[in-house]
Design a protein around this ligand. Structure first.
Ligand code: ATP
Ligand code: MN
Length: 430
């Protein structure tokens, strides 16, 4: 019977099991060899006392190379000192594929490596339990997001990633050649998900890549990221903030409940945040920053220093609402009675932005005016604008960065840790 290391319990004492995995470590004590087998769920100790195992496998264990792929058939024995509280006395060990030596990277935690070296040999880095844990938790997050949004009546959609117009104009676009035309990699599904409100879907979500030609190298920016996006009709910014905070809460709950083992590998215990999340306005945020010595001229985006001050003061997960209209994209809806402020919000974790959202402008003339006011040409938004002329409902939505959410939840120092194969200013391989 094939089992994972984590499936083995003390009650299985005496039972014969088959394990598949990698040789994590070999400890050769002369007449006794310990071989640690690692599979995706953990580590098992294979114990070979010279007297009790066949000559053949004893010899094999002594010369086996680390990170080779093996199959072990053996008997479970309770052993308190071994990982998981059991050991396996092998009856056979089969090498399915021998590893080369030396290894490009250490899989055990004994020798720390620079992030760059780790990313260069990512397949090997990913074998490390701590790194595996990050992606097992990422899997849970994505599953919870999808489940939650489906339960709430959202329909999953996929919009094009090869596009002809910039979502927000500007410089953060990767141009590509598309036959005889110039095209771009989409920086956000924004325009399409709004058009789908005009199409009558009412509630849509998309989990997909966004591409941003960010020139600067920071610990929170990638050039390719996964965005969780929703758009919802007949609601406003408050309606979609409500969905967002309940979603994040649900994700935390599910991870805390289902990912105990992987949180353990990371030596983390997760605290589920309480609902509702705190809300402060942009004005309150710049006041906090100013009190701590960082003056932000009204209307400008909050820089990292300002956000660090605000994060220190508020802490945890919170919203910054009511941003100046000029600081937000053209599609953000201004308040009727104070048009210099928009019905917009960012979801923050400490100093890190996790999501941005807003009620959108659904009125054609106002939207055209807003595009012009940002110095862009309504002509280049023709397919988008058409959807606003024949019955566009009021609507709102947000985009939540999957890597930022994972990074903040696990306290990762660099967003690259949250991606299997990150793309940044200097990295296109692997
Ligand atoms: P920032 O100000 O942090 O650069 P942004 O305001 O440009 O982000 P938005 O356009 O609001 O980003 O995108 C929505 C969300 O998508 C962000 O809140 C973030 O979680 C995620 N995101 C955007 N750009 C990136 C990126 N380059 N790398 C990783 N995640 C990103
Ligand atoms: Mn934003």
């Amino acid at each position: 019977m094939r089992v994972y290391t984590a499936d083995i319990t003390p009650e299985m004492e005496g039972q014969k099991v088959t394990l598949y995995g990698w040789v994590h470590e070999v400890r050769d004590l002369g007449g006794l060899v310990f071989l640690l087998l690692r599979d995706r769920e953990g580590i098992a100790q294979i114990t070979l006392p010279k007297k009790f195992v066949s000559k053949e496998i004893f010899k094999l264990a002594k010369k086996i190379k680390r990170e080779s792929v093996i199959k072990v058939v053996g008997e479970v024995k309770v052993e308190e000192k071994a990982p998981g509280g059991f050991e396996i006395i092998p009856e056979s060990i089969e090498v399915l594929n021998e590893s080369d030596a030396p290894l490009p990277l250490e899989v055990t935690e004994k020798v720390p490596a620079e992030l760059d070296t780790r990313l260069d040999h990512r397949f090997m880095d990913l074998r490390r339990p701590r790194v595996q844990a990050i992606f097992r938790i990422r899997h849970q997050i994505m599953q919870s997001v999808r489940e939650f949004l489906c339960e709430e009546g959202f329909i999953e959609v996929h919009t094009p990633k090869i596009v002809s117009t910039a979502t927000e104009g500007g410089t953060e676009l990767f141009p590509i050649s598309y036959f005889e035309k110039e095209a771009f990699l989409n920086q956000s599904p924004q325009l399409y998900k709004q058009v789908l409100m005009g199409a009558g879907f009412e509630k849509v979500f998309e989990i997909g890549p966004i591409f941003r030609a960010e020139e600067h190298n920071t610990t929170r920016h990638l050039n390719e990221a996964i965005s969780i996006d929703i758009e919802m009709s007949f609601t406003d910014h408050n309606g979609v903030m409500d969905v967002l905070e309940r979603l994040v809460h649900r994700v935390y709950e599910d991870v805390a409940e289902n990912c105990e083992r992987y949180l353990g590998w990371l030596e983390l215990s997760l605290e589920v945040p309480e609902l509702p999340f705190e809300r402060i306005t942009y004005d309150e945020a710049i006041e906090i920053a100013a009190k701590k010595g960082e003056e932000i001229p009204w209307g400008e985006d909050l820089n990292t220093t300002a956000l660090k001050h605000v994060g220190d003061e508020i802490g945890g997960l919170y919203f910054i609402t009511d941003w100046p209209t000029e600081s937000k994209p053209f599609y953000a809806m201004p308040y009727e009675d104070k048009p210099e402020i928009s019905k917009s919000f960012d979801l923050m974790h400490e100093w890190l932005e996790l999501a941005s959202g807003a009620q959108r402008i659904h009125l054609y003339d106002m939207l055209v005016e807003s595009i012009r006011a940002k110095g862009m040409e309504p002509e280049s938004f023709r397919f988008y604008l058409e959807a606003f002329r024949y019955g566009m409902p009021p609507h709102a939505g947000w985009g939540l960065g999957a890597e930022r959410l994972l990074m903040s939840m696990l306290g990762l120092k660099n967003v690259r840790e949250a991606v299997l194969f990150p793309r940044d200013r200097h990295r296109l391989v692997p």
